[in-house]
Structures are given as C-alpha cells and as structure tokens.
Design a protein around this ligand. Sequence first.
Ligand code: ASP
Length: 631
Amino acid sequence: MADSYFPERQSLLDFLGDLKRTHMCGALRLSDAGKKAVLMGWVNRRRDLGNIIFIDLRDRTGVTQVVCNRELNPAAHQKSEQLRNEYVIAVVGTVKKRDADTINKNIPTGEVELVVEELRILNESKQLPFLPGDSVLPNEEMRLKYRYIDLRRDAMQYNIEMRHRVSKAIRDYLSAQGFFEIETPIMTRSTPEGARDYLVPSRVQPGSFYALPQSPQMFKQILMISGFDKYFQIVRCFRDEDFRADRQAEFTQIDLEMTYPQTDTVWGVVEGFLTAAFKAAGHEIKTPFPRTSYDEAIRRYGNDKPDMRLPAMVDVREALTPEELEDVATKFRVRKEFPVQLIRIPRSGDISGTERRTMGTYGAYQHVQGPTFVQLMTDPKRFAKDYPAISEKILAFAKVEADDLWLLAAARGEGAGADQSLQHFCEKCGFLRLDLAQKYATRHKAFEKTGDPATDFRFLWVSDFPMFEWDNHEKRWNPAHHPFTTLHEEDMAKLEANIDSVHDPKSPLGEIRALAYDVVLNGTELGSGSIRIHRQDIQKKIFQALGMSDEEARARFGFFLEALEYGTPPHGGIALGLDRIVMILAGADSLREVIPFPKTARAVDLMVDTPTPVSEAQLKELGIIIRAPRQ
Ligand code: ASP
C-alpha cells in the first residue's frame, strides 16, 4: 500500500483505526483459551519456521507468543515476514492452548498462544543499537544515551515500577498519619545544606539569580510556622557537589516535618513509612529500630553509620584486671587510657601468615586516614601462646568463635604527625574492620541476602551528633548538620559560655550535642534530620557561635529569621533519600539503575545532551558574559 503521507514510499504501516486493546501482553492464561483477544506491543523476537512465524509480543506486563500460520491466514503470515525487532504491532486473534511439548514454564503466559487473524503494523523501528532482550548489556554510556531503549528492558521496568510502588506506599502511609503533601518552590534562594547551589539567572533582574533548592529546609519549617502541623513531600533536591560515583546532581528526598515532636516521634513516623515501603517490595521489617548515640557508634564501630551486619569492636580492657591491663600496656608499649579494640570477622580465621602480617597495609585503613598511632596485634596464635590466661579471658569476653578472624588494635605512645584523638583512633580501627569485612566477604557472607529481612536489613538510629565540627581547612567550627538544628537543653549553658570561640580548636563547642539523628541501613546513611531551633534568641546564639554577624545572618536567611519571630511552635523533621531506598529494594547496585533519566558522575545527561552552551542572544538577554572557564 502506498503511504498517504509519503506517497513516494512503499509503507508497511497500517492505521490503528478503531481497534482497541483487550489484554496486556502478560495477561492471557489457560482459562482464556478460545477467547478472542487484541494485543498490542513490541516485537521482542521473531522466529521464522517457514510456514509458521512466531512472534514474542512484549509490553510492560510480559510477553505473549503470537503465531502466524500460512495455511490458516496467508495474508497475516505474509505480512509478518516483514516484522523486525521492536516494530510496534496490533494482533487480533484467538487464544489457543499450546501443545504439551511447546508449553513454556518460564513465563506466566506460557501455556497459551494467540493465533493471528489480523496483523497491523503500527510502526517500524530502525536497527537498534542494542535490544531490550539482549542478555549482555552494552556499556553504560550507550545505555544512558539510548535511555528510552534501555528503559524497555525487563530489569529497568521492574526498577521503575518498584520506585512507583515504594513512593506510593510512603505517600499512602504518611497521608493516613495526617501529613499533607505540600509543594515548595524549585526556583528559590540559597538553602543551608552547605553544598554548592545550582543557579538560575533572572532575565527581568539582570545580575540576580535564583538558586535551586538543596532541600526544602526553610520552607518546611515555615510550613510549621504556618500551622500545617505535618508536612511531607517527595521532592527533588539539587546539589552541585564534586564528582562522586554514587551521587546525583538532582536526587529525590522523602522530606518531612512536624510540630511538637520528641526525637522518637519523628523516628516512629520514619519506621512506619519504611515498614510500608519495604512491605511494598515484599519484605516485613521489624520496628522499632535499634538506637545508638554518635559517641557509642564511634567507639564500637569507628563509624557514624555502622554496618550492623558484622560484630562491633569490643574494648577488651573491661575483661582484664588492672594488673593484667598494666602488663599488656607495658609489654606491647601501648596506652592503657585508649581502648584495646578486638576486631572480629566471623568465619574468616583461616588465613595465611602473610595475609595476617599485611592486614593493615591495604584499603581505607591505610590510605584514607593519614598517619597513624594504631598498633596492631595480628597473630592470635602467638598471643595465645605467650599470654594464655589473658587470651582466654578476652576471647570469652568478645565471644570469639573458633573459626573467627580476630586481631587487637591499641594506641601507641608515639605516631608522628598523627591526630592522636580517641575519635581518630576509633575511626582507624573502624576502617580496618570494614576493610577486612570487604576482603573476606565470601567467607563470612554477611553481605549476602538470606531472604530473612531481620538479617538482610539492619537498621539503626544514630543520635546525639556533635552540634559543631572542626573544619581543619577553614580553622573554625561549622554546623555538623545545618544551622537550624537545636542542641540538648542541658548543653545550652556550654553554648552560652563558649559563644566566642569559633576559631579555637579546643573549644568546648565540640562537646555540645545536637538533637540530630541519622537513620542507617547496612552501613549506609538513608537519611538525617533534627529537632529545630524554634526560638529566635537561640537561633541568634547559634549564628553568633558560628561567627556569623547579625547582618550576615539576615542577608542569608533574613525572611526565615523574621518568620521565627511570629509564634513558631517547636518542630522537627527528617529527609531520606528515595533513590537509595529504591536501589536497595530493587537489589540494584547503582542509583542510576532506579532513576529513569539519571546523570553521569560528571552531572551530564547523555540522552538529552546537557549541559550545553546557550546562544549569544540568550546570554545577552540575561546580561551574562562567559569568560574563559577557570582552570
Ligand atoms: N534538610 C536536611 C537534609 O536535606 C534534612 C533535615 O534536616 O530534615 O539533609
């Protein structure tokens, strides 16, 4: 037939006409045998057996085998010879039970096929760079450039459906708890999360810029001032951070805020919506999640987002008498005022002498943390021989099993150039624990899924973070969370007494604890939040402690500070990364697998090809001159 739009071309294409789809491609079952059906979808595969042509017809719900039989329907058979991968077709036919020897047990529609009476070719497809059904994936760049094809793959359809189901479960849960989903602006001004902003130039006010929100932080607090009581939003946030493998320039948060909460009120809400989200993915998780303080997390795991799938470190000093401790400290020349940490990796004990001796020479322990004053005892057999009584005691105390790998880490007296704080010591030990856990993962298998949610998903609340952290670069104390986070009421006097010591590294500001918390899963931070400052006088003090003058504070957060003065109720909230949660639930290994249109680590969208230069005319209109990019 000649194409009516392109008469010079012999077109294969048919019109849809008034044809209506009766079933999805994953729907037909044996009980439908004998029925008429109209299916529409993509040609996943075509097998030409001469008199019979089989087509696997695919849509998002599955695949149905379609049969074109030359004897039964010569016209349809002839037409089907023209089909190629990813052509879009409609088929009208009758559902037929398959012969016993052709049943495909691997797919839900495998007991039936559709015998074609009429075939319409609705669209053709160019030769594709890769096929949705290919078992070997092309490289990621190719997948991202042709994202529309990549998204047709089963795995991506599954991930995006999972994302929908998880978001919906969260929305439903929070709505049922009385939270309103309220939108906040995308074109706004700099927010206090501390990363770089993406800026949008204003045309009508040349030289002025909007910032894309790093989070809706100030707006959600304002919504509490405005009386909405419970707010949430599944919201896009934008942070212009340096290239990090597992970060996205724009990402999605489950953001919430409520009035008059205690910390555990917020935690209860989060546990509730995570339970709903995990249930939507088929996992029953247990609440409440265990809780620990920041200090304890550092002491026991050397890390503020402990991976609870492996045992904590144990300070074995507690198992020893003062004399024994003295003895150990003298013999090993270590400091007894520091922990003597027993690091244990289950079921990994059988390692060579070389492996033992080189334990501390690889991974994050050696490389991330700079010079050290940590001393390692990595030869348990020798230790047991030389100090049988002590060895027995500490093994029992730390519950070490016969096939566990274990070592001791203690603090040496010297260590040129090393940060000799307890925090640094514990962090070093924590890195070693994680390095070993990675190295012997195939032995202890703690990172493998068992099917039991209690083992597979180890949640934890970490609270009482320090309010300020020392910035060695800028030589000053900065807010560890954001500057609207409140502190423990007991620590208020300490703030008052040290308000002018922002540049003193020894300032007790470092001891002040914030009412801030993180929710952690399997060693990854899922989200963080805090109880906020609701009083102007305290907010002022925090700015003062941060060395921010009144004018500076007004210039940055003026509208917000003013709002605080008009009857702000106590409030608090949290934000969790949706992308990461979906990634975990989909069993994916990158955020890009669960974001429909992600950016690369260099913040480039390869499909739409952005960022791009813009026209001179556009720049002129915005009053922008591009200088040569800074090197
Ligand atoms: N706005 C914070 C963040 O995005 C979370 C919060 O404090 O609620 O990290």
